[in-house]
Design a protein around this ligand. Structure first.
Ligand code: UDP
Length: 468
């Protein structure tokens, strides 16, 4: 198709690994369906993608950048999340408009037919309205996580959030059941997104505003599938023009594409060779995503629990995994696990999960990690950190029964016992069987005629500007 006749999607991810990856997957699918792609990163994220080499495979995308208000060398860890979000809300809308004006002025660029923005960047809906194209909000968490974000006004009205004070985190209140949200069984206070505990943190206001503003989106997309999150999708459909289009990983493969990742770190591929030498299904993959931080003591409890399990393991230890320092494992532990362990600072995660030697995943229950584990058919042990990871743990362990829920307080004996339950014995086998069924359902969802396939076809028409 001649360039100027191609539909043109501008995609705007939230600047974090777990948001950029699925936006990149969606962009790759759109590109394969003849779309001209403009991918708008913050300068910081783009710089990291260039350094890790992950933009190379997206040579036919047009990349544009906008500032987030801080110099490149400014720290953007979990602790700085509030200030970065605040700054972005203040300055990014004007910069996005500049990008749109620049694109309009280019004779070799087709006119924009839609703007797809991360649900946490719902301020971009205004730009879409001004331009007269559909504004499409893409929420990268699970549908159940998104549903909880959206339910904040109800939870506030019923007095559940914010917490009255910090003591509510430990006085038994977190076990309290919540029954006011239709379509969501088994909900307890500890499943509510952690951002909603503390109203003095800017993220509280930020998320409530972005989810409510996002209700005016022309379409809402979620990287899930109906066979997995049907009841929640139903409840959401009562309120929004929402479409489940996932797993995008599977949809990419269905479209004959290799999986795209926009890694912000350089992947250490050496771990794959190590996996090649391990027994089938024997290795526990341990990784807590791109944001989780823990204390030295938590790191040690995990370490000794893994040691006690006697299973081989591959552990991703990011340099910033431990609060305030760089992670150091006890020498005695390192000696004891020599020969049955491998450590990297960043792994090619999907390749690892799909490796035949990997039999279990100790995860922080980020949505991308959960979906990747499902697509690889690997059951999980869930130790969530923040955001909507807590509700993901509940769904994985109690509703889908494809993993085990860990307590929030890490204890080596519990880690050891859970690894054994997952890796050896009947319970693990049963979870492996169930996650295999879920994986098969996910493939059916993206196959021609499947639920996500049909949804994506409808969404594409809207994105192409074929109907308004
Ligand atoms: N990831 C990776 N290598 C690693 C750790 C993570 O490629 O060593 C990827 C992982 O595959 C996933 C993303 O980073 O796609 C993390 O997203 P998720 O939603 O699981 O968690 P977050 O980082 O947002 O907490």
């Amino acid at each position: 198709m001649a360039t100027l006749n191609r539909p043109h999607a501008l995609l705007l991810p939230f600047p974090a690994q777990g948001h950029v990856n699925p936006m990149m997957q969606l962009s790759t699918i759109l590109s394969a369906r003849s779309f001209y792609i403009t991918f708008v990163n913050t300068e910081y994220i783009h710089d990291r993608m260039l350094k890790s080499g992950s933009t190379k495979s997206m040579a036919d995308f047009r990349f544009e950048t906008i500032p987030d208000g801080f110099p490149l060398e400014h720290s953007r860890t979990h602790n700085e999340l509030s200030e970065v979000c605040k700054s972005m809300v203040d300055i990014c809308p004007a910069h996005l408009e500049k990008v749109v004006d620049k694109l309009k002025g280019k004779s070799d660029v087709p006119p924009l037919t839609c703007i797809v923005y991360d649900g946490c960047m719902s301020w971009a809906q205004k730009t879409a309205i001004k331009l007269g194209v559909p504004g499409i909000s893409f929420w990268t968490p699970s549908a159940c996580g998104f549903y909880l974000y959206l339910s904040a006004p109800l939870l506030m009205e019923k007095g559940y959030i914010p917490l009255k004070d910090q003591s509510y985190l430990t006085n038994g209140y977190m076990e309290e059941e919540i029954s006011c949200i239709p379509g969501m069984p088994l909900l307890r206070m500890k499943d509510v997104p952690s951002f909603y505990y503390d109203a003095t943190n800017y993220i509280f206001e930020f998320l409530i505003t972005q989810t409510q503003v996002g209700m005016s989106a022309d379409l809402v997309l979620i990287n899930t599938f109906d066979e997995l999150e049907g009841p929640v999708m139903e409840a959401l459909r009562d309120r929004l023009p929402v479409y489940s289009i996932g797993p995008l990983l599977e949809a990419e493969q269905k479209n004959g594409l290799s999986n795209s990742f926009a890694s912000l770190w350089t992947e250490e591929k050496s771990c794959v060779q190590w996996l090649d030498d391990q027994e089938p299904g024997s290795v526990v993959y341990v990784c807590f995503g791109s944001v989780t931080v823990m204390s030295d003591q938590e790191l040690e409890e995990f370490a000794w629990g893994l040691e006690g399990s006697k299973q081989p393991f591959l552990w991703v230890i990011r340099p910033d995994l431990v609060h305030g320092t760089s992670a150091k494992l006890p020498m005695e532990f390192v000696k004891k696990v020599k020969g049955r362990s491998f450590f990297v600072s960043w792994a090619p995660q999907l390749e690892v999960l799909c490796h035949p030697s990997v039999g279990g995943f100790l995860t922080h229950s980020g949505w991308n990690s959960t979906i990747e584990s499902i697509c690889a058919g690997v059951p999980m042990i869930c130790w969530p950190f923040f955001a909507e990871q807590q509700i993901n743990r509940t769904y994985v362990s109690q509703i889908w029964k494809i993993g085990i829920a860990m307590n929030d307080v890490v204890e080596k004996r519990e880690v050891e016992e859970m690894v054994k339950r997952l890796m050896i014995g009947k319970e693990g086998e049963e979870m492996r069987r169930r996650i295999g069924e879920v994986r098969d359902a996910s493939i059916r969802a993206v196959n021609k005629g499947g639920s996500s396939y049909n949804n994506l076809e409808k969404v594409l028409l809207k994105m192409e500007g074929k109907y308004r």
